[in-house]
Ligand binder design. Structure first.
Ligand code: NOJ
Length: 542
């Protein structure tokens, strides 16, 4: 067996820096706050890598996904020295550092765009997508912005439209111009040289569009094209405004660049690729596994939470993966409602066991490990531009401050509570790290136990996945086994009623962990009783 790398055996933890830990008292989290919490991440929780959402200089129209300078740190978050210290301290603790790369668009305040919009003759004009109006003055085509309205903004001064897949403050770069690629690859080099271990690539599949900018066809049934409805954006089939296969060449070269820097330190990339056509999604691994190391697998998001449905997704993924490609799973991120809110607290414990025992790299979203839920944000405190433009699609509820203690601002910040960038969850005195560490059966202790066990068992990190048939309808069960190691059996009850499962007659095992955290030891596998929403982790005898 080839040696597995850190991004295959490890667990990634996503930090939304604004919301993690504020050390300056301004109500917004910062990089020193991340440094302060590294011991929690590496020792208490036991994850292997952190992914930092953008911390770059930005006017914050989209909270950092509008980058005004790719090679610096927003003063609100710290500076390059703070970042270097973060990498140093993370590496001392054996934690890898993954940063967010936003290649599809810049901020309209980025100097590249400022130059580009200065005149039609500007050498950087072609770094963005500029087009004339149609004869009637309307935009060049019918493309829509994900965040609502047309994807084209009129520039009065130079009398042309520019294209933006998201806000008008986030103009799309023209990746068909080789200078753009070179400039972005220089950005990548800058961070690789500062020691980062990997990149999460924002909307990786958006960078290449139809070169003829053809109109998208209508989506007559208006059905969602990813795991959730996106409002008016769903009125079209997004055939031409993203996902053009020319992106593969870019990611192939990007991979070569990462590989050049991988001799002593394996570097990694994970792409945000919302494509539900499995083979097209899988193509981002590259024909010879020579593009993005992994496209994020978002299929568990918003899925009907039934054993049969979840199993079929896992089986499907295993079937479509190109030979040698490594799977991954996510249950949440800064764009998605928190799963504890839609599954409920009991089923989210089963979900945690699923996520941390499937074959593939799990990515955890900050706060999910303590059972944080979506927070209803009063209108006057709402921040997310998407939610302001398209009611119902706002992402503030899942971005509220991390809950560390029962004290002031949940230990997130010393600011006046009114000054927090988003309000705290009202449940913070009950749901927080300090309280949960003292409760042996808390969600946090469940995550810690799962992560500790996973870390010390190769079968869970790298072993094969074997689903079990003939299980009761609400049960999803599988065995993970690495060659030469005992198998680990995972049995998950998705239902709110107790159920009995029967494993093959000769199987013998020992219960290592129940999601209820109240039993262990010898267990009868031929009459395996599971309580409502109970998940069991069982070590099989060789
Ligand atoms: C995807 C990011 O995850 C999201 O937060 C952002 O708003 C868009 N890309 C635009 O960058």
């Amino acid at each position: 067996m080839t040696q597995m790398l850190w991004w295959q055996t490890g667990v990634i933890y996503q930090i939304y820096p604004r919301s993690f830990k504020d050390t300056t008292g301004n109500g917004i989290g910062d990089l020193s706050g991340v440094i302060e919490k590294l011991d929690y991440l590496s020792d208490t929780l036991g994850v292997d890598a952190i992914w930092l959402s953008p911390f770059y200089p930005s006017p914050m129209a989209d909270f950092g996904y509008d980058v005004a300078n790719y090679v610096d740190v927003h003063p609100m978050f710290g500076d390059l020295q703070t970042f270097d210290e973060l990498v140093l301290q993370a590496h001392r603790r054996n934690l890898k550092v993954i940063i967010d790369l936003v290649p599809n668009h810049t901020s309209d305040q980025h100097r590249w765009f400022v130059e580009s919009r200065a005149s039609r003759e500007n050498p950087k004009r072609d770094w963005y997508v500029w087009r004339d109006a149609r004869p009637d003055g309307s935009p060049p085509n019918n493309w829509l912005s994900v965040f609502g309205g047309s994807a084209w903004e009129w520039d009065q001064a130079t009398q042309q439209y520019y294209q933006h897949s998201f806000l008008k403050e986030q103009p799309d770069l023209n990746w068909r111009n080789p200078q753009v690629k070179e400039a972005m690859f220089d950005v990548v080099r800058f961070w690789l040289e500062r020691g980062v271990d990997g990149f999460r690539i924002d909307v990786a599949h958006y960078i290449m569009k139809d070169p003829d900018l053809r109109d998208n066809p209508p989506n007559k049934a208006h059905e969602a094209q990813i795991h959730k409805s996106l409002g008016a954006y769903d009125s079209q089939i997004h055939l031409y405004d993203k996902g053009h296969p020319d992106a593969h060449q870019v990611y192939h070269e990007f991979r070569q660049l990462l590989d050049e820097y991988s001799h002593d330190q394996p570097r990694f990339s994970i792409g945000e690729v919302h494509i539900f056509d499995w083979p097209v999604w899988a193509s981002y691994y590259g024909k010879n596994l020579d593009e993005i190391h992994m496209p994020f697998n978002f299929t568990l998001l918003g899925v009907k939470w039934q054993a049969r449905v979840v199993r079929s997704l896992v089986d499907r993924l295993e079937a479509v993966l190109p030979a040698g490609a490594w799977p991954n799973y996510v249950l949440g991120n800064h764009d998605e409602p928190r799963f504890a809110s839609h599954l409920g607290m009991e089923a989210s414990r089963t979900a945690a066991m699923l996520l941390l025992t499937l074959r593939g790299t799990p990515t955890l979203y900050y706060g999910d490990e303590i059972g944080m839920t979506d927070v209803s944000i009063p209108v006057e405190k709402r921040q997310d531009p998407w939610g302001k433009r398209v009611p119902g699609l706002g992402r503030d509820p899942q971005r509220t401050p991390m809950q560390w203690t029962s004290g002031l601002n949940a230990g997130f910040s010393t600011a006046d509570p009114q000054a927090l960038w988003l309000p705290l969850s009202p449940d913070y005195q009950r749901v927080n790290v300090a309280v949960e560490l003292n409760d042996p059966r808390s969600m946090l202790n469940l995550y810690c136990s799962l992560l500790t066990y996973r870390r010390s068992h190769l079968s869970l990190q790298t072993g094969a996945y074997q689903p079990l048939d003939k299980m009761p309808e609400d049960v999803f069960a599988y065995v993970r086994r690495a060659q030469g190691f005992p198998g680990i059996l995972v049995v998950l009850n998705f239902a709110s009623a107790a159920v009995e499962a029967q494993l093959p007659g000769e199987w013998v095992g020992r219960l290592v962990l129940s999601t209820h955290m109240d039993r262990g030891g010898e267990i009868d596998l031929q009459r395996l009783n599971l309580r409502a929403f109970e998940g069991l982790l069982i070590e099989l005898d060789a």
